[in-house]
Write a protein that binds this ligand. Structure first.
Ligand SMILES: Nc1ncnc2c1ncn2[C@@H]1O[C@H](COP(=O)(O)OP(=O)(O)OP(=O)(O)O)[C@@H](O)[C@H]1O
Length: 522
């Protein structure tokens, strides 16, 4: 299809379906149930008309606008939601890119998928469009197949994003935790299985990975949900007080015991007791906890009276308790009692694909809690967040997002990102890989200097407007550069790079081979 080949009647600001263009092989059909609505914004009547025919012929409902103002009015109409917009760059009242920027700032339509088209594309336009989150960019004359494939792909991707967002919403509600990574799927599965039982659960994982949230989810989804949830931080209680804190005391039981006190076991009766940092509990207290768990009976310090308590105990630690058992600083019998059902809370670096979701959720929560406007986070920032190593895990990510929410202007840009305090002074290449993370794997470097790059090869010099590069060459150049930049950002780690780029690892390997990317280049 070329615009020049189509003439005729599409008037600006209308809906298709009435156009009976003679000679076109496909019949426009706006009456398909559930048809997706595409808004075409172009000041050239021929282009509007041509796109209308092609899209309506495939069963899309088509809206037309001849300038940005008209388009924004149509997009603002909640009665007639638009699923995808195709914007020309050059419009009479405002550039299509400025309109795109406006859309991205409008809460109601900010996620609208947009394809940008241009009659005289410059490299800058293409870069700007992609930066503003355009899903595709192509130049006129428009090829029919190219348009249809792009529209179909963009709509499908948007549908997948929406489905994922819905799953996230439901999961966040059920578990009050966010996570789409396979490791989180396994975790949610374990929570579902163990919650209805009375089994002891030992939750292990690094600091800030969500161990407390897991224990709360288990309690909430258990038959004890209406009972109390009592959290005890074993590391924070002085050794000489732990017994009276756990089991309570009678008035005058020891110096300073001025009133009778109920202990945590008693408070948790009918509910759940969460013993956090259990690895820090000393051996004397461990023996008492074990006895309470075995018999279900406790006595307050200074009392002979035995009380029966019905408590489910969950425990968490960021230490390796089996090692503590070997060193005899943790009782083996208590370890087995607690560890009936072990759950491991995955580190953030094992689920980097969750970082965009978590960052967006923390931004939303921060705005809600502080009564401020939710600020969009630039994709560049999200990519940089994914590339970090996060020894402090989700807690650290949350702190960074909140800090950026405070410091940034209207939107969070890369300038708002605080320096990474854990950055290796030796540079990313030499930085040690965290345990469990994949070691950098990249294709073997080809011998130095064995690639002759012609001026417009994808790895050639950076293009500037006027360098007479075709759009295809520009696309390849940009794609290659982006892959190399992302590899650098992740310390040449293929898995993380693949996650950031949203491609399969095997696909990334293919691209690396196709573009002859060498480890460490750039
Ligand atoms: N999957 C998640 N979704 C949303 N927020 C999370 C998630 N995991 C952790 N957080 C948030 O990160 C912070 C730390 O979580 P939490 O206290 O549960 O971690 P922890 O493993 O118990 O930490 P510690 O070992 O230091 O006690 C909290 O603010 C929590 O809300």
């Amino acid at each position: 299809m070329t615009a020049a080949g189509n003439t005729g009647g599409g008037s600006g600001g209308g809906t298709s379906g009435s156009s009976g263009s003679s000679g076109h092989p496909l019949t426009p059909d706006s009456g398909v149930p559930g048809a997706k609505t595409v808004l075409v914004v172009d000041d050239e009547k021929n282009i509007r008309r041509a796109l209308e025919l092609v899209l309506a012929g495939e069963g899309y409902r088509v809206l037309l606008a001849e300038n940005a103002g008209q388009a924004l009015r149509l997009l603002g109409n909640p009665e007639s939601p638009v699923d995808l917009a195709i914007f020309d760059v050059k419009l009479p009242d405002m550039s299509g890119l400025d309109a795109l920027e406006r859309i991205r700032r409008d809460e109601a339509i900010k996620d609208l998928p947009i394809i940008v088209i241009s009659g005289h594309a410059t490299v800058n336009d293409a870069v700007q469009a992609i930066k503003l989150g355009a899903s595709d960019f192509f130049e006129k004359p428009l090829a029919r197949e190219r348009v249809l494939v792009s529209v179909k792909n963009v709509l499908e991707a948007a549908q997948t994003r929406r489905a994922l967002a819905e799953v996230t919403r439901l999961q966040s509600q059920r578990y009050e935790m966010i996570g789409q990574a396979p490791a989180m799927g396994r975790l949610f599965h374990d929570i579902e299985k163990v919650a209805p039982t009375k089994a002891g659960v030992l939750i292990t994982g690094e600091s800030g990975t969500g161990k407390e949230l897991i224990s709360r989810a288990i309690h909430r989804l258990s038959p004890r949900t209406d009972g109390p949830f009592v959290k005890v931080n074993c590391a924070a209680i002085p050794r000489e007080l732990i017994e009276s804190e756990l089991f309570g005391h009678e008035r005058g039981a020891f110096t300073g015991a001025q009133a009778r006190k109920r202990g945590f076991f008693e408070q948790a009766h009918g509910g759940t007791l969460f013993l956090d940092e259990i690895g820090d509990m000393d051996l004397v207290a461990q023996a008492k906890v074990l006895r309470a768990l075995q018999s279900g009976e406790i006595s307050r310090v200074g009392s002979e009276h035995v009380m029966h308590v019905d408590v489910r105990v969950l425990a968490a630690t960021n230490k390796d308790l089996s090692k503590a058992v070997e060193r005899q600083t943790f009782r083996e019998d208590l370890f087995f009692r607690l560890n009936v059902f072990p759950i491991r809370s995955p580190a953030l670096r094992e689920r980097v694909e969750d970082i965009p979701l978590l960052a967006a959720a923390f931004m939303k929560a921060f705005a809600r809690e502080n009564g401020t406007k939710e600020k969009p986070i630039d994709p560049e920032v999200v990519r940089a967040l994914i590339a970090r190593k996060w020894p402090g895990n989700v807690r650290e990510l949350k702190n960074v997002v909140e800090r950026m929410a405070i410091l940034s202007g209207d939107r969070v840009t890369i300038a708002d990102l605080p320096e990474d305090p854990h950055e290796s002074p030796f540079g990313e290449e030499d930085a040690p890989e965290p345990a469990g993370a994949e070691s950098p794997s990249i294709l073997p470097a080809s011998p130095e200097g064995d690639h002759d790059h012609d001026e417009h090869s994808p790895s050639g010099p950076p293009p500037v407007p006027g360098s007479y590069m075709t759009l295809r060459e520009f696309r390849e150049y940009s794609e290659r550069k982006y892959i190399v930049d992302t590899l650098k950002l992740t310390g040449w780690n293929i898995s993380r790079t693949a996650v950031i780029l949203g491609v399969e690892r095997t696909n990334l390997h293919k691209k690396i081979r196709a573009f002859a990317i060498k480890r460490g280049e750039g």
